[in-house]
Design a protein around this ligand. Structure first.
Ligand code: AMP
Ligand code: ZN
Length: 144
């Protein structure tokens, strides 16, 4: 546990939260400042700042919980859809440095935007740059 981390303190029961799901590795609770009814955060219980810091097993459990909970959250608030997303790192808007997935219910005509709206200006990338990026990612992912 990281002493000064709010989400670790929620895991330890030191500060209250509206917990909606818990297993050995994962906790899910309502966001205290919701963007929509049902806005839920899913975290690994162990303290890791970013997705890349999370060990594989813990990551699998977190994504399994997101997968499990998303339709339940949508049903409970009668949502028409949801955005499921991570602010991964300060540059991406992460404020609480304990990795967490957001389940944000969405409603027809709620005035919100798609996840495409979160980034800055679209870059103008040439085909060879896209090829290089794809090749490098594939190489990093262990593809031939
Ligand atoms: P992020 O910008 O992805 O780091 O989002 C952090 C989220 O945590 C925000 O949506 C906050 O409303 C939420 N949050 C901060 N403190 C608490 C808390 N004590 N309980 C529940 N949610 C919280
Ligand atoms: Zn933490």
């Amino acid at each position: 546990m990281a002493e000064d981390c709010i989400f670790c303190q929620i895991v330890d029961g030191e500060i209250p939260a509206r917990v909606v799901y818990e297993d050995a590795d994962v906790l899910a609770f309502l966001d205290a400042n919701p963007l929509a009814p049902g806005h839920t955060l899913v975290i690994p219980k162990d303290h890791h700042e970013r997705l890349g810091d999370v060990p594989p097993e813990s990551g699998e459990m977190m994504f399994a919980a997101l997968h499990y909970l998303t339709p339940i959250v949508e049903d409970v608030v009668d949502a028409d859809g949801s955005n499921v997303a991570f602010n991964n790192g300060e540059a991406a808007g992460q404020e609480v440095p304990h990795v967490h997935g957001h389940i944000i219910p969405r409603f027809d005509d709620d005035g919100g935007r798609p996840v495409h709206a979160v980034a800055g200006e679209r870059p103008d990338l040439a085909d060879d740059e896209l090829d290089d990026i794809a090749d490098s990612i594939a190489e990093g992912a262990g593809e031939e």
